[in-house]
Design a protein around this ligand. Structure first.
Ligand SMILES: Cc1cc2nc3c(=O)[nH]c(=O)nc-3n(C[C@H](O)[C@H](O)[C@H](O)COP(=O)(O)O)c2cc1C
Length: 359
């Protein structure tokens, strides 16, 4: 992976990364490693604990990178805040690399979807006068184990091998002064799903934050709370409690040494149905039709809008209290068992996600 072609365009590389389970961190490290091997001084900086942003040395030609996972067809909220607060700098070169949910079916590598994960940070950086020289999505293994079991280690390894090569090619082109805009390949799909990105950012992520619990196997080791990149886990009576600020990055669930952290699937669906369906229907009908029926048929833009507002308020208030109740009831052995058996993540076939060690 030596880069001998042409004259180096940069003297220095700084890569800022946010990573839930290690994919974006590995991508950042690969790029830095490639640069170092080619005589460019490089640093990789985690944004977990408000890093000191280096004021770039004017005498050096610096390339700045941002690596992060895609969350809900968008840039992960923590990285979005970091980029929004990044200092302005005239004509400095930057690149954006978002890791996505890569899968593999037989021999076929299946890509994830970026949504606005590339274009939103690019827009922010453009308004800060940066020059965007690279926009690269990278389909590393999906870590979203609330939705599906972690991929098999063999599949993870094969996806990693492919992505490592892609990342080196990307780094080589950038360091040779070329521009890479691979993110544009999926632009039609990304535009199509962009409304979901917005819904996820303003609603979805908060709802998902309240699906996590620790069962009776939890030993109160505090590892989850101490390693949470958004400080969203508080310990109450020796058990973790997830705050609304949780980004569902999956670090806690994948790293729990006792596999005690679960997604309370059935309980969460039940609460969403009660508050998003029944309670909303009753409240809506009470105010508009003066009855307590749950059957509703909002017609007209105004009524649909009111209905949606009812639904959002009802779901948020509902999950706030239902989550407190859930954590209280978990003290009882029988309820703990019920939650375990109705959480898919509890079953042994539901693998946790771990990036391979030797990458
Ligand atoms: C809450 C959540 C939302 C996600 N949303 C998307 C998505 O919209 N599109 C996608 O391709 N991958 C999505 N993923 C998958 C991750 O972006 C992907 O696995 C990434 O490589 C993880 O990187 P990390 O290990 O650095 O956290 C999502 C994962 C999680 C946990």
């Amino acid at each position: 992976m030596n880069n001998n072609r042409g004259k180096q365009k940069y003297d220095k590389l700084i890569v800022y990364y946010f990573s839930g389970t290690g994919n974006a961190k590995n991508a950042a490290k690969w790029i830095a490693q490639f640069a170092t091997n080619n005589g460019i001084s490089s640093i990789v900086v985690s944004i977990d604990n408000k890093p000191l942003i280096e004021i770039q040395d004017e005498s050096k030609k610096t390339l700045i990178g941002f690596c992060f996972p895609t969350h809900g067809f968008n840039v992960s909220p923590k990285m979005l805040k970091f980029i929004a607060g990044f200092p302005r700098k005239l004509n400095s070169d930057v690149f954006i690399l978002n890791t996505r949910a890569g899968m593999k079916l037989s021999k076929l590598f299946i890509p994830g979807l970026s949504g606005i994960a590339q274009f939103l940070p690019a827009l922010i950086l453009l308004t800060k006068s940066y020059r965007i020289v690279g926009m690269q999505p990278l389909d590393l293994p999906s870590n979203w184990i609330s939705l599906h079991p972690g991929l098999r280690p063999k599949v993870v390894k094969s996806i990693y091998e492919r992505c490592e090569k892609i990342t080196y090619r990307f780094a080589e082109k950038l360091l040779n002064g070329k521009h890479v805009y691979k993110a544009f390949y999926s632009l039609p799909f990304d535009i199509l799903i962009s409304p979901i990105s917005v819904l996820y950012y303003f609603i979805g992520r908060f709802v998902l934050a309240k699906t996590f619990i620790a069962n009776n196997d939890c030993t109160s080791c505090d590892l989850c709370a101490n390693n949470c990149p958004t400080n969203s886990i508080e310990m109450y009576n020796g058990k973790p409690f997830w705050k609304f600020t949780c980004e569902s990055c999956m670090r806690c669930m994948n790293n729990c040494p006792k596999r005690a952290i679960q997604t309370a699937h059935l309980y969460s669906f039940f609460i969403w149905y009660i508050f998003g369906g029944l309670v909303t229907g009753i409240a809506f009908n009470y105010f508009f039709n003066k009855n307590f029926s749950t059957h509703f048929l909002p017609t007209g833009v105004f009524k649909i809008l009111i209905y949606d507002i009812f639904q959002i308020i009802s779901v948020f208030v509902g999950i706030y209290f239902a989550y407190k109740l859930l954590n209280f009831l978990l003290r009882y052995k029988i309820f703990n068992k019920f939650i375990n058996y109705t959480s898919l993540t509890y079953y042994s076939f539901w693998r946790r996600y771990k990036p391979p060690k030797n990458f």
